[in-house]
Design a protein around this ligand. Structure first.
Ligand code: ZN
Length: 217
């Protein structure tokens, strides 16, 4: 069985960095999963989403407003998720199956209010403008293993992450990894992701809750 990895990107869509990421995916013939902010979707950025879908990528839910959702009440949380999933459905014809909490900020109200598995991932500090390209790549390459999810950002202007893909993807391909979407990594590993469990998956085999002292994100 081949080693599997899921590349994911948060905070799109846009018409610069999202498209640059898609070019890198095409260059290496790999797929990724994009967690969208509904308020970032407009007629132009939706074209980037359609392009991603045509390449076999997957589109998932990263909330409407990208707020600290532990500050929101249950109904507002539900409204954020529903609005975003419906907005994505309008473009893709598919309802999102996964949720990534903004800032990986989670509380019990969110766990109970949101009917989707929560996804985190191994990050490369790529939301910090000063974190250099090679460090973004090495942080990820040192953290991942078979069944891991990689957390990056295609926010506008994040060129160092686009450049880091030229290190990350070929190195993992050389190590024998196959790149798959988030839904596929669970299916191929024979694991059903749980909902309302408090698990925030960075690896498909994860079993501890977000509030467990041993949880490392
Ligand atoms: Zn985000």
């Amino acid at each position: 069985m081949s080693k599997l990895i899921a590349l994911t990107f948060d905070d799109g869509p846009n018409t610069d960095t999202t498209l640059d990421v898609l070019e890198k995916l095409k260059k290496y013939d790999v797929v990724a999963t994009f967690f969208l902010i509904a308020d970032a979707i407009n007629d132009r950025s939706a074209e980037s989403v359609k392009k991603a879908i045509a390449m076999g990528c997957e589109i998932e839910n990263h909330s409407k407003t990208h707020s600290y959702m532990d500050q929101l009440d249950e109904q507002t949380i539900k409204d954020e998720i529903k609005y975003t999933s419906e907005k994505i459905f309008e473009i893709t014809g598919r309802m999102p199956e996964f949720f990534r909490p903004p800032y990986i900020n989670v509380n019990e109200t969110m766990v109970q209010a949101i009917d989707l598995p929560f996804i985190c991932g191994h990050g490369g500090r790529d939301w910090e403008p000063d974190c250099p390209t090679d460090e973004r790549a090495s942080l990820i390459l040192n953290a991942v293993s078979d069944g891991s999810i990689i957390l990056l950002h295609d926010m506008s202007g994040n060129d160092k992450t686009v450049a880091a893909l030229d290190i990350i993807i070929p190195e993992l391909q050389k190590q024998g990894y196959e790149f798959v979407t988030v839904s596929q990594i669970f299916i191929r590993k024979g694991i059903t992701p749980t909902v309302h469990s408090g698990i925030v998956y960075s690896d498909v085999t994860q079993t501890i809750r977000f509030d467990d002292p041993n949880y490392e994100g």
